[in-house]
Design a protein around this ligand. Structure first.
Ligand code: SF4
Length: 98
């Protein structure tokens, strides 16, 4: 017998990595650790990316998602290796290590 857990994410609330961690505690050792490793340490880059999205015709403000890639931008913008599907912003590879 398999136990199936389901989680429901609200698209109305801001989704951040810490909030995902609280919702998915059993993934802490794999997926979320990888996300933390990729997380941008320079908040100004994240803000710059989100600013581009906020002014983009493909951004859906009510869901904070992108029509082009379908991603939640408040999460995607925090990850250093991600890029805009139409090259409005790109990946960052030279962030300092901790
Ligand atoms: S990721 Fe790119 S295409 Fe999508 S909303 Fe942001 S700027 Fe626009």
């Amino acid at each position: 017998m398999f136990a199936v857990r389901t989680y429901q994410l609200s698209i109305a609330e801001p989704l951040e990595i810490e909030k995902l961690e609280a919702k998915f505690p059993y993934n802490k050792s794999n997926m979320l650790d990888k996300l933390k490793h990729l997380r941008l340490k320079d908040q100004s880059i994240v803000n710059s990316r989100l600013n581009e999205c906020n002014n983009c015709e493909h951004y859906i403000k009510s869901t904070t998602t992108c029509k082009k890639c379908g991603c939640f931008m408040k999460i995607k913008a925090q990850l250093s290796n991600q890029k805009c599907p139409i090259d409005k912003w790109g990946p960052v590879y030279d962030q300092p290590t901790t």
